[in-house]
Design a protein around this ligand. Structure first.
Ligand SMILES: Cc1cc2nc3c(=O)[nH]c(=O)nc-3n(C[C@H](O)[C@H](O)[C@H](O)COP(=O)(O)OP(=O)(O)OC[C@H]3O[C@@H](n4cnc5c(N)ncnc54)[C@H](O)[C@@H]3O)c2cc1C
Length: 392
């Protein structure tokens, strides 16, 4: 065995790199850390393909608190992630999130808003008249209301956050290894080493599975059945002839979402579960834009009748088929195998809190800040879904 580290993190996307940073920054840890990442260009990883949204508008209490920490961390990124005097530029736009509802969805918005308020989020419920006055570009004729989060909600540049974590982690002594992990070796219910594609074996005291859509394969090496599968999502970029101001990330009652991106806009929609097969291809589908998204947007925002599609991209959610919430913690039968997988479209904003949580688990064997025990693997074993209603 050529090398040995106290902790080996498999996958150096935003989750693996955040975990590496928080562990390296934790004074009580003091051990050695390696991140094994097979593709340092992240060409196919989820992180750079993300829409970059951050919000507190969730229906699960832990998710509200996780993203609250995410927002405060992102706003203070210069304090934590500066390297050699150079602060990261995460391009955080606090443009807000606006969830819209027709009659059927209003009750859910009200219940969610009450929960969010109790947990410190500044989500506000708006009547159709208030919506029309606040967002004059919006067609409110068929709306029953909306829920607007003006603070700690908006969007940032995903790739910059990933690189900022990575750069800071390296500056704190973390070793990044460009390799593919091809196996995990377990003896007497403990991981002892990871095998790399090159043939090298790296010894370790603990492993953290941050493999994104590949996480279920990595988990299978230790006999763990992870209900996480790759689900394709498409993002379209368009130009609008008319200039609109103060457009938050807006979610139509149909699930179609749109937000500004510089002088343009980005948009997308998640398919119905029955029409959402596992997929790892990057094929684009322009008919989804032409036949579903554009008509919906043009109805909701009349100015979007005159738009020009510029480009599109595909990416993959690491989709938790049980309940669309992260699975974080240790494997029940292999306690030094940790995981943080199944983010189902909200892992970017969750990366600071999840990295911190993983660092606490490794260092102290328990959560010290946010209690995320409900998100552990046990709920998979027991089939106890914690269903997140606000999956966009
Ligand atoms: C279209 C789209 C829009 C999204 N929008 C949002 C949003 O608005 N807000 C939000 O919060 N989240 C959003 N997300 C989700 C978010 O991007 C992901 O949850 C997050 O990036 C997951 O990070 P990760 O590090 O787990 O995965 P990844 O970024 O995919 O990183 C995993 C890494 O593991 C590496 N790896 C895998 N297996 C191995 C192995 N065996 N050996 C070595 N390396 C390995 C891969 O190469 C990869 O780089 C979106 C995702 C998509 C696709």
């Amino acid at each position: 065995m050529s090398r040995k580290f106290d902790v080996v993190i498999v996958g150096g996307g935003v989750i693996g790199s955040s975990a590496a940073y928080f562990l390296a920054a934790e004074e009580a840890f003091g051990g050695s850390i390696a991140v094994v990442e097979r593709d340092p260009t992240y060409a196919e990883a989820a992180t750079p393909r993300s829409a970059g949204g951050i919000r507190q508008q969730f229906s699960t209490p832990e998710n509200v608190l996780i993203s609250s920490f995410g927002a405060s961390f992102i706003k203070s990124a210069a304090e934590y992630l500066t390297v050699a005097g150079e602060a990261p530029s995460l391009q955080f736009h606090e443009g807000g999130y606006l969830f819209l509802a027709t009659g059927a969805g209003l009750r859910t918005l009200i219940a969610n808003q009450q929960l969010q308020h109790q947990l410190g989020a500044e989500t506000r419920l708006l009547t159709p008249n208030e919506l029309a006055a606040t967002f004059p570009w919006l067609n409110c004729s068929d709306l029953a209301g909306g829920s607007f989060g003006p603070r700690n909600e908006g969007w940032l540049d995903p790739y910059s956050l990933l690189q900022a974590f990575r750069r800071k982690a390296r500056s704190l002594g973390v070793t990044y290894i460009q390799e593919e992990v091809a196996g995990i070796n377990v003896s007497q219910n403990r991981v002892t080493s990871v095998s790399l594609r090159s043939g090298e074996t790296i010894g370790c005291g603990a492993v953290i599975n941050c493999g994104g859509i590949n996480a279920w394969r990595i988990a299978a090496w230790i006999g763990l059945d992870l209900p996480v599968r790759p689900r394709k999502r498409l993002v379209y970029v368009f130009d609008c002839r008319e200039e609109l101001t103060d457009v938050p990330l807006t979610i139509d009652p149909t699930g179609v979402w749109v937000r500004p991106e510089g002088a343009n806009f980005v948009c997308g929609v998640s398919p119905e579960e029955a029409n959402d097969p596992d997929s790892t291809d990057f094929e684009l589908d322009y008919s989804l834009f032409e036949e579903v998204i554009w008509p919906t947007l043009a109805h909701r925002v009349p100015a979007f009748e005159a738009i020009k599609l510029i480009r599109a991209w595909a990416g993959h959610y690491d989709y938790n088929t049980l309940d669309q919430n992260v699975i974080i913690g240790t494997a029940p039968h292999v306690p030094n195998f940790l995981m943080a997988n199944g983010f189902s479209g909200h892992g970017l904003q969750q990366s600071p809190a999840i990295g911190r949580a993983l660092s606490e688990l490794v260092t102290f064997g328990e959560y010290r800040t946010l209690d995320l025990r409900r998100f552990g693997y046990d709920r998979v074993l027991n089939g106890q879904a914690i269903r997140e209603a606000n999956v966009v």
